[in-house]
Ligand binder design. Sequence first.
Ligand SMILES: [Mg+2]
Length: 389
Amino acid sequence: MNWKEHHYYYQIPEIGNACSMITCKIVTEKDYMRSKRVIHIHEGWSKSLWGEFETIGKKEIKAFLTLTRKKIKFIEQLDCYSYKTNENENTEDKDSSKHSEPEDLDATKSANALESHGLKQPSTKKPYRTIIGAVIGDVIGSVFEWNNVKTTNFDLFNPKCDFTDDTVLTIAVADCILNKKDFAETIWKYGRGYPGRGYGGFFRSWLQVNENDLKPYGSFGNGSAMRVSAVGFAFNDIETVLKVAKQSAEVTHNHPEGIKGAQATAAAIFLARRGKSKQEIKNYITETFNYNLDFTLDEIRPTYQFNETCQGSVPQAIVAFLESTDFENAIRLAISIGGDSDTIACITGGIASAYYKHIPQEIVDFVEDRLPPEFIEIIDKFDEQYGRE
Ligand SMILES: [Mg+2]
């Protein structure tokens, strides 16, 4: 069997603007075998790759979107899988070896067909990944918060990994920015919508308050820093980044250290994404927030303990980024000092994704497999809107 890769574009009006175009990708045989559950849905519409999409209905699209949720990359581009069967072949037969080679439709044909629909070829330039960096830190770190490891040498892909409060509230803040929602109300709603994800005691009490009576409680916990990454990616000048970071923090964490932790994290992300060097980032953070970053992880690793304050974990997370060589290494370093591992790795991960702009797909897939579809939707929309320079 000779599987080839093609790209097609097709309008799927039922999905609306967000997913109005689809990229159809004929995958390798290995990918096909791995993704059989996805292929299965497509078995009815495989005769002509181009035309068959016309025959699928809303239900199929929904099923496809649900199953392949992690594959939805951005607004006009989806990865999906399809293949061609012989016309008189029994389509109930699941034996993949009987499927023939896909019809070779070329890019010109695809582009012409698009034009005949009055559509333009969507940009194939992908945005870089943004807040998923913070989410990855949380998910990978989730199994180490109460089982610290003091080494970078651990299994990244622990089956028990799951998203925690850091992810939920990172998504909440991203939702606020994307959809111009109120910080207090939205953070409160997400916290209540995803209970039992490891929220601090004061935050849990705050979640019990009436929606119309939400007041900050003077916290300087690292909750303000763990949820702020979207702010660092969304705005184009440092003044706005600092202002919005403060706003996102002070609905709960209105202590000066709580605000500072959020601002320092968002500022580091902003500077990293703008291509500033590590030394420049370090200087800015030291001078602006008076954090001492003149230590190494090797020095603190033996004695560093659980500390969920901003001032006791944000500088450590920033140093983990400063010492790192790539995204994965940053996550490993952040977890290697122990302490509040998921939150430290979440803060480090946000900065590292802004700086390196490359996250191994294997890590993204592992983490996205553990997220609710509505989180992935926000992550992808956020990338689409803000992951471009
Ligand atoms: Mg957590």
